[in-house]
Design a protein around this ligand. Structure first.
Ligand code: BES
Ligand code: ZN
Length: 614
């Protein structure tokens, strides 16, 4: 082959092929989806979304098919167009179902194809969707539908290249029952009237896991010029009070890391079955009502989801191996926001709780899963959902801050967000940028930064930051004294502790404290009646471990009235450790299961052995 032609061939191949996403069938280096127009109906009777998705495609290698991700979708027809207006039938094939990935949808394209239209409907077990009956909502009158696409569930309600390495803009035309409001991770009009016919536009390119929709009896309250809150009427005013600092959070984050680039920032308070604390759907964070404690003690979740507008949504992980780029950065930013708005003591307290939680988890995790740049081949991205990407990731950034100084590091982060804005990047791309913009030129500091070890080593390096908070150190001493029997429950200053103080106390006493001591605490402070979800969660864990029966009813109530996976998973795990506990777990789960989101069902099914028990 003449050298000139050989060179041309080499150039046609991307110089450094982006790392393959093992959680997608898509082949975006051949054909890449750039835009999606959704035209869908939400059918609450059939519990089905159906309609069309029209994908704008870019052909990168001639003659290659378009490969999409789907899970449980029925595909009725596929058409392609070379001019964007005239469509003709295109041959397609649904591949063999994979238990983790779903099914590839392979579409043969005409030469010069520009758009592909897929007529489809969701399946009965769409993993992203939860259809709530009126009884499962706060108002009890209207049904509600919401989606949860992260990590790889967008494919269960839209056929697309479901990999965070591919970014799309989108529009949506959504038909709903007339008396319900639809909102999306897109431009939402705060003055939107209920019509049953809604149009949305997302003009910034986002990864598919950030596509989101909620349809329900929702009301809106303004918080600041750019911020507001949606929720069911029964919840919306309480939510507005709890989240009244949102505009301040936004300003604090902008001041540190550059302009907010998404227009409005609103929060949607979900029904209690929402499986996560929060989800950073762009322009419209979805938040669990368990974040409303009445005293703003749990609003760190809001700071977290807002921070994702920079770390995660502006600069996204390219594959789920790189998840720590989303979450570790975001936990770091979250605490910088808390520090700016509420002061250093608050941020430090949260950092202490974070590190303690990480240490407890590291003690149980196999070494390969203690690594930031985790290997997830053959496993669901859920396997990487531990404190490691979150808290170890945040500690790594705190460590870099300590080595280079806050001023220099802030400047670096601001530059990082600007440089990679609206891109999806791998851990290697981050490491290269870090090398070029922070490490280079000072080998001594670079050695201290110890990047390889942080990214690829298990556990924590010995010089990892170890945050302290004086108020919590005191609580820890009191926990020890109480456990040792030198201080009685009634003499503890529990009434002066913050929610963080209580969480720290309950995680600092020995797990086998004994039911007498639990009874004494309960008598002095009424912990079983706590309305703070994080405090109650730690308390119920202790109650199960120690067979403290007076908390049984409250446990059942907690497990049936909310569906946040972070709370369900450890409680069910603790319950099934004894035969009697397992029986109770199954009895409770039998009632609760129909109210949980598919993401939580999948997790709890495995813990209680649901399939075997049936
Ligand atoms: N993006 C995550 C939620 C998520 C991660 C959903 C992976 C599905 C797969 C969100 O930003 C998050 O981290 N939520 C946390 C709260 C946060 C304060 C740590 C949660 O839900 O607990
Ligand atoms: Zn997050």
């Amino acid at each position: 082959m003449p050298l000139r032609i050989l060179a041309a061939c080499l150039i046609a191949v991307p110089l450094r092929a982006a790392e393959r996403d093992v959680h997608s069938f898509a082949t975006p280096d051949d054909v890449r989806v750039r835009h999606v127009d959704l035209d869908i109906t939400t059918d609450f009777d059939a519990r089905q979304i159906r309609g069309t998705a029209t994908l704008g495609v870019e052909l990168r290698v001639a003659g290659k098919p378009l490969v999409l991700d789907t899970r449980g979708l029925t595909v009725d027809a596929v058409e392609a167009s070379t001019d964007g207006t005239a469509f003709a039938k295109a041959p397609f094939e649904l591949g063999k179902p994979d238990p983790i990935l779903g099914q590839a949808l392979t579409i043969q394209l005409p030469k010069a194809a520009r758009a592909v239209r897929i007529k489809y409907a969701t399946g009965p077990n769409a993993t992203a969707l939860q259809w709530l009956s009126p009884a499962q909502t706060a108002g009890k009158k209207h049904p509600l539908l919401f989606t949860q696409s992260e990590a790889i569930d967008a494919r269960s309600w839209v056929p697309l290249q479901d990999t965070p390495g591919v970014r799309i803009t989108y529009t949506a035309h959504v038909r709903t029952p007339k008396d319900l409001l639809a909102v999306m991770s897109a431009r939402n009009d705060p003055d939107q009237k209920r019509t049953g016919d809604y149009r949305f536009e997302m003009t910034q390119p986002i990864p598919s896991y950030l596509m989101a929709l909620c349809v329900g009896d929702l009301e809106f309250r303004r918080l600041g010029p750019r911020t507001g809150v949606y929720a069911e009427p029964a919840v919306v005013d309480k939510a507005a009070r709890e989240f009244s600092d949102l505009e301040e959070f936004l300003k604090a984050c902008e001041k540190l890391y550059g302009p907010y680039r998404w227009g409005r920032y609103d929060v949607l308070v979900m029904p209690p079955s929402f499986p996560f604390g929060g989800m950073e759907n762009p322009r419209l964070t979805f938040a669990s009502p368990t974040t409303i404690a009445g005293d703003k003690s749990l609003v760190s979740v809001l700071a977290h989801e807002l921070a994702h507008s920079w770390s995660g949504n502006l600069v996204s992980n390219a594959t789920w191996r790189d998840f720590w780029l989303n979450e570790g950065f975001t936990v770091y930013l979250e605490r910088r926001i808390l520090e700016a708005v509420y002061g250093k003591a608050r941020a430090d307290a949260e950092a202490v709780l974070g590190r303690r939680s990480l240490e407890r988890e590291l003690a149980e995790l196999p070494k390969p899963d203690q690594v930031l740049h985790i290997d997830l081949k053959g496993r669901s991205p859920d396997a990487g959902l531990t404190d490691v990407p979150y808290e170890k990731g945040a500690l790594f950034l705190k460590h870099l801050e300590a080595v280079y100084g806050r001023e220099r590091f802030d400047e670096f982060l601001k530059g990082y967000f600007a440089h990679f804005a609206f891109q999806s990047i791998t851990t290697d791309q981050f490491a290269k940028y870090l090398e070029e913009h922070l490490l280079q030129g000072d080998p001594e500091k670079a050695a201290k930064a110890n990047v390889r070890e942080w990214l690829n080593g298990p556990g924590l390096p010995p010089d990892a930051p170890n945050p302290t908070a004086p108020a919590l150190t005191k609580v820890e001493d009191q926990a020890k004294a109480f456990a040792a029997g030198t201080v009685k429950a009634a003499d503890l200053p529990g009434k002066t502790w913050s929610a963080h103080g209580w969480v720290h106390f309950l995680t600092s006493v020995p797990p086998d404290l004994g039911k007498d001591k639990l009874a004494a605490l309960d008598a002095a402070f009424g912990v079983t009646k706590s309305g703070n979800s994080e405090v109650l969660f730690q308390w119920l864990l202790l109650a199960v471990r120690n067979g403290y029966e007076p908390a049984h009813d409250r446990l059942e109530q907690f497990l049936t009235e909310q569906g946040r996976r972070k709370f369900l998973q450890p409680l069910y795990q603790e319950l099934v450790k004894t035969p009697a506990g397992k029986e109770r777990a199954l009895a409770i789960y039998k009632k609760a299961r129909p109210t949980y989101h598919p993401a939580s069902v999948e997790t709890v099914d495995g813990i209680v052995g649901w399939k075997e028990a049936k």
